[in-house]
Design a protein around this ligand. Structure first.
Ligand code: NAP
Ligand code: G4F
Length: 381
């Protein structure tokens, strides 16, 4: 049987990288697009051998330059790859930044999907289309939110995603294109971008532990989010396109927690009181906020047989462990051993040991010579 070809936009992002791994494992030929400014920031997909892949029609993996704001570039990759499945994951994905850059957010996130869908229609491509829709579209609709919940977006990002959501449905209804929406609630991982709140917290904790940073400055600690694990959510994306008909699905964990709880859980893992290390600033508050997201993904469970495994505490544990490992290796607390696999608990335990050296309430580390880098820094204090 001929291998299926999948095209992933936003392949260099958190979800794109996990989805590429999943599809390659399933035997797909995987193609991706990145925009010019993304190169060489391709850390999440470098292990897939971008440069070494031979660019032939049957090569398992390679990428091209294209941009969702450039319809010519989109048509060129569709023409070249003739994909069986398109996963449109590319977007300006930061809600806070969408208030600062509303016009480009709407251009990429609302018009980008329109450009792809219209090219599929115009070129008469026989392919399935997945749209990365978002729980941010629900805005201030009270929880729990499911496929029937009214959408009342509160940000340029949410408005753009809602336009793309309806555009996807319209191309399905009007032109018979297999176009589906995954309405995904927040999902995180060690690969999460640095300015999303979960990663900012776990990276911040690791920085505090190694003496790189004194505090984490955050915005609204009361917001509640339904946080799942990205690697499991990309499986849902694939299942949505394997369903016998195009449809829209909420994907979530059915649990919600405040930002404060995330912070507390992370610092608790280190045996520290978060209140000594976190400051709140209006700088990170948004002009309008989505107060509570809590997804009801019963339809995906029933129709697709998809269910999340990783819940809140495991997610925090995994992300803190990853950032501790990275920082402790970078600063010489631990040797870099690429071929040695240690458990997450190992890094958490090492972090706890270092945390004991932090002087309470002073945000100061006792520089006892554990790390050669810190010894050097001590000299310059
Ligand atoms: P991400 O890590 O920010 O990845 C988005 C990718 O899109 C990045 O690689 C980015 O490239 C690329 N991109 C941005 N603008 C582009 C453009 N004009 N043309 C081509 N590529 C462009 O986001 P993610 O967390 O993986 O999320 C994947 C998708 O799901 C996004 O559409 C997001 O809005 C949506 N979503 C995410 C969540 C979540 O909680 N993660 C929940 C619901 C929906 P650069 O590296 O160059 O910026
Ligand atoms: O991590 P966040 O920036 O994620 P947000 O805004 O919920 O958006 C994410 O999830 C959406 C799904 O609902 C995706 F569509 C979207 O692409 C993105 O992946 O913020 C989470 C919450 C917000 O309420 C925010 O106000 O954390 C609050 N927060 C508090 N302090 C902060 C901070 N958010 C960020 N980014 N940085 C802070 O310092």
């Amino acid at each position: 049987m001929e291998k299926k070809v999948a095209l992933i936009t936003g392949i260099g992002g958190q979800d794109g990288s996990y989805l590429a791994e999943l599809l390659l494992k399933k035997g797909y030929i995987v193609r991706g697009i990145i925009r010019r400014a993304s190169w060489p920031n391709t850390k999440r997909i470098d292990h897939l051998n971008i440069e070494r892949s031979k660019e032939s029609a049957v090569a398992p993996f390679f990428i091209r330059y294209a941009d969702l704001s450039d319809a010519i570039s989109i048509r060129a990759v569709l023409e070249e790859f003739k994909p069986d499945e398109i996963y449109n994951l590319a977007s300006q994905s930061h809600v806070g930044i969408s208030f600062k850059c509303p016009e480009s957010t709407l251009n990429f996130n609302a018009l980008g999907p329109l450009r792809i869908l219209d090219a599929i229609r115009d070129m008469k491509l026989d392919c399935k289309y997945y749209q990365a829709s978002s729980s941010e579209m629900f805005g201030i609709s009270p929880p729990p939110q499911n496929e029937e919940t009214p959408m009342l977006p509160q940000s340029p990002y949410g408005i753009a995603k809602l336009a793309a959501f309806h555009t996807t449905k319209m191309y399905r209804n009007a032109y018979g294109i297999f176009a589906s929406n995954g309405i995904l609630f927040n999902h995180e991982s060690p690969r999460r971008g640095l300015n999303f709140v979960t990663k900012k917290i776990t990276r911040g904790i690791a920085d505090i532990i190694v003496g790189n940073k004194k505090k984490i400055v955050l915005g609204n600690l009361d917001a509640k989010r339904d946080w799942g694990f990205s690697k499991e959510y990309v499986e849902a994306m694939w299942k949505i396109l394997q369903h016998d008909k195009p449809d829209d699905f909420v994907i979530s964990t059915k649990e919600t927690h405040t930002v404060r709880e995330f912070v507390e859980e992370g610092f608790n893992l280190m045996g520290l009181d978060w209140k000594n290390f976190v400051e709140v600033s209006d700088m990170y508050k948004r002009p309008a906020e989505v107060p509570v997201l809590l997804g009801d993904s019963s339809k995906a469970e029933k129709v697709l047989g998809w269910k999340p495994k990783t819940k809140f505490k495991e997610l925090v544990h995994m992300m803190v462990a990853y950032d501790l490992k990275e920082r402790m290796e970078q600063l010489g607390y631990l040797p870099i051993e690429p071929n040695v696999k240690k458990s997450d608990e190992f890094y958490i335990e090492k972090g706890r040991e270092l945390a004991k050296k932090l002087k309470k309430h002073k945000w100061q580390i006792e520089l006892d010579g554990t790390s050669p880098f810190l010894q050097e820094r001590k000299k310059n204090l």
